[in-house]
Design a binder for this molecule. Structure first.
Ligand code: HEC
Length: 753
């Protein structure tokens, strides 16, 4: 519990805070000695530290994200310079930081030097310190010779892989060498010091009456104990020390985090503050942020405790707690869990719950169909996301997935669950065990299958030193589709993202525009109304990337950047959640996925016989292919491919039709990475691509040179997963109604799956 320190509201004149950069003017100022108590209660004076030594004075706060990140670094620097007559001391001038919070902070960061409490912030005023963390270097005469940041590794909205300039260390080195400090002042990013304030008694706007309701509606969801944000904003005492920083984050539109341009689309989770709320907040702060009458407080809202979905039918946890280090960046953690599903499961609601929310930035859970793990093992690093279906995610501020009755997501039998967890450090070693709660729907009630689809460009190529590289991708709706949500995804070089619909009549509509994409906030934009994209509509995504050195998060501006899972590689994915507009699984069972038996046709006995013997020789396969073309006249190429040990293998191929170019014939073998046929081998699902040039997700340029559409049904050949693939020169050649026939042929061929 945090509270005001003692009798904190000393009435001193409100400070005229300068604009950023003015702290540089204190360089050359002599600091007279002062005495403060440390958090253990002992009195310490500046004099006792200096005595012919260089003194580093660091202003810190216990909850500010940057002050947390830099605590450990200061502890290390103090050790590094201790043998050279340099002493460190810290000052906490925040009115909101309690003694126990300070001691916890010191312990977590490994800080052994004293942290002094500056109640009333008079010492912060003397230094002109404005933010945490902010450091001042005093020479032997107690004259300020450097002030500003510690280094440039962490800033607002970015993390560099390593510091570019170690400003504090450089200044101390120069001072020790008797040289002038070459860069005497830098800007310290971070939070404002929580100064005491003088309220204006006549102010109309009070915390209790006007501000608390705004914070409850817009901030508390993340800013409460145990939630994603680093501090709470649930009471006046918790809020008052933050007011200057709150004004800044609202002005700069950093909080609440929302990145969509207001010009396009309506979203249920739009979190932007209305102008009148902003004005109330500014007026309140300008008038000294008075509390007002607690009787005016709104009723406290129910904060999430336990599950936010109905009681889960199953809770799946990662097998063992993950140990999060105290600092640095943690690569994405991938954990595969087998929930042991013997049959298909329909998911009505899902919620991801980390055990330690403070260090979990986001979690995505994917469904890995049986066999999908081979790709994890054999594919290149970047490939593992491919052979998976999206199930659910938890990103900062997101709500759990709860689908309306009649809609559900399917997890095929024997699937495994792949957790992708992004841990962030907070200055102290931590541990987390994330869980997923699932509520199942009765399959007899499910009318529509909700899936997450993606528009991707895996061939993206971002040249070195390029400030604005555009990358596009699109996907054409093969049936009338209702789009529910949009989630743009790139890595740290992504800077803008847009979705547009290009309707069959040529009309364009922008569905979502994110002009300043921020990797730290993987927002899902939930459309106020499901958007109908009629068959033939092209969903077109345009992303922009900054691979120049002016992008501080850029790990290497000299790299030619390709697709990959790691943050130094890139991605371009326009996720969208959708369901077919006309689907009714209860009335139209053939549309249930392929593995449901009983929907297969009785085959013509001759075709059945030819199919059963097709894999005996090329001659048999050719005979089978010609017979197949008699019942499906649009087939120009037929092949059976299998996938094993990371390789895709064409068992047999035949051309019953005339095709300008032949390729990937019988016996063809290739590394499976990026190959669409791998997905068809592994997904236990019948699939159709109406236009190979617009195919989503995979590189189809290989096939699209001579062919225009395809259909794929799962088969098993000698135990290896595979698919029967039909290809045609015409677009949209394979109608929905031929599906049972193709599946029956596949069954006869390889015994089906
Ligand atoms: C979706 C969750 C979420 C919402 C809603 C939210 N915040 Fe935050 N806030 C965060 C997180 C997470 C951080 C820490 C960011 C970091 O680590 O850099 C943060 C940090 C801050 C900071 C510290 C400064 C900084 O840049 O780190 C302030 C001040 C703040 N929030 C104020 C607010 C206010 C005021 C509101 C409501 C008007 C609000 N926040 C709404 C999640 C949220």
């Amino acid at each position: 519990m945090k509270g005001l320190l003692g009798t904190a509201v000393l009435l001193i004149p409100a400070l005229a805070l300068g604009e950023p950069g003015t702290s540089g003017t204190v360089v050359g100022k002599k600091i007279d000695t002062f005495t403060l108590r440390d958090y253990r209660g002992a009195e310490r004076s500046l004099q006792e530290f200096s005595r012919g030594k260089v003194v580093v004075v660091a202003f810190l706060g216990t909850e500010c994200p940057l002050a947390k990140q830099y605590g450990h670094r200061l502890a290390e620097l103090a050790k590094e310079f201790a043998p050279r007559n340099v002493v460190f001391l810290a000052i906490d001038s925040n009115q909101q930081d309690s003694i126990s919070a300070i001691s916890q902070y010191a312990r977590a960061a490994g800080i052994e030097f004293p942290i002094l409490r500056d109640i009333g912030n008079s010492i912060a005023d003397r230094f002109g310190a404005r933010r945490t963390p902010e450091v001042f270097v005093l020479d032997e005469q107690q004259v300020i010779r450097y002030c500003g940041r510690i280094d440039d590794q962490y800033g607002i909205g970015f993390v560099r892989t390593r510091p570019g300039r170690r400003d504090l260390a450089a200044a101390v080195e120069e001072l020790l060498a008797g040289k002038p400090v070459s860069v005497p002042a830098t800007q310290a990013p971070g939070c404002f010091i929580g100064r005491v304030r003088q309220d204006v008694k006549s102010s109309e706007v009070t915390y209790s009456k006007h501000i608390a309701p705004i914070l409850q509606n817009r901030c508390v969801e993340c800013h409460h104990a145990g939630a994603i944000a680093p501090f709470s904003l649930t009471t006046y005492e918790e809020t008052i020390g933050w007011v200057d920083t709150i004004r800044e984050v609202i002005r700069e539109q950093r909080m609440p985090p929302w990145h969509a341009s207001p010009e396009y689309g309506n979203f249920v989770n739009d979190s932007r503050l209305p102008e009148r709320d902003k004005k109330l907040i500014y007026d309140w702060i300008d008038n000294g942020a008075p509390e007002g009458d607690p009787k005016d407080l709104p009723r406290t809202i129910q904060l999430a405790e336990g599950w936010r979905i109905p009681r889960p039918d199953l809770v799946v946890s990662i097998p063992k707690p993950y140990q999060v280090p105290s600092q640095g960046t943690v690569p994405y953690e991938f954990v595969v869990v087998d929930p042991g599903f013997k049959e298909d499961k329909w998911v009505q609601a899902a919620e991801i719950r980390p055990s330690n929310r403070g260090v979990v930035h986001h979690v995505l859970v994917f469904v890995q169909p049986p066999g999908g793990e081979h790709v994890l093992e054999h594919g290149p690093k970047g490939q593992r996301g491919f052979i998976t279906h999206w199930l659910t995610g938890m990103v900062p501020g997101s709500r759990p997935m709860i689908l309306p009755p009649g809609q559900a997501r399917r997890i095929p039998a024997s699937s495994r669950l792949l957790f992708q967890i992004h841990y962030t450090v907070n200055g102290a070693p931590q541990s987390d065990r994330t869980s997923l709660g699932l509520v199942f729907a009765d399959p007899k009630t499910v009318r529509k299958e909700v899936t997450t689809e993606m528009v991707v460009n895996p061939k993206l190529l971002i040249p070195p030193q390029t400030a604005d590289q555009e990358v596009e991708a699109s996907d054409t709706m093969s049936e009338d589709t209702l789009v529910l949500t949009l989630t743009p995804h790139t890595h740290v070089r992504g800077k803008a993202f847009r979705y547009e619909a290009i309707y069959p009549d040529g009309k364009h509509e922008i569905l979502l525009d994110v002009p300043h994409y921020d990797f730290n906030w993987q927002n899902t934009y939930v459309l106020s109304e499901p958007k109908l994209l009629p068959k033939g509509t092209r969903l077109h995504c345009i992303a922009h990337y900054d691979n120049s050195k002016s992008n501080p998060s850029n790990p290497d501006p000299d790299a030619l950047v390709r697709w990959g899972e790691q943050t130094w590689e890139e991605m371009m994915i326009g996720y969208y959640e959708a369901m077919p507009a006309v689907q009714d699984l209860l009335k139209d069972p053939p549309r249930v996925a392929a593995h449901v038996p009983s929907t297969r046709n009785a085959l013509d006995p001759e075709l059945k016989r030819l199919a059963e013997h097709a894999l005996a020789s090329q001659k048999d396969f050719d005979a089978f292919a010609s017979a197949l073309r008699k019942v499906v006249p649009s087939v120009d190429r037929v092949c059976v491919s299998t996938y094993s040990k990371g390789k895709i293998h064409v068992e047999f191929a035949s051309y019953p039709g005339e095709v300008a170019q032949r390729f990937a014939g019988t016996g063809f073998q290739a590394d499976g990475r990026g190959f669409m046929l791998v997905a068809y081998a592994l997904f236990d699902e019948y699939s159709v691509i109406g236009d190979l040039k617009q195919a989503r997700g995979f590189d189809m340029s290989y096939f699209s040179k001579a062919l225009s559409s395809s259909a794929h049904a799962p088969v098993a050949v000698e135990g290896k997963p595979g698919s029967l693939n039909l290809w045609s020169k015409q677009k949209d050649a394979f109608e929905v109604k031929i599906r049972p026939l193709v599946e029956s042929v596949a069954q006869a061929l390889g015994g089906g799956k």
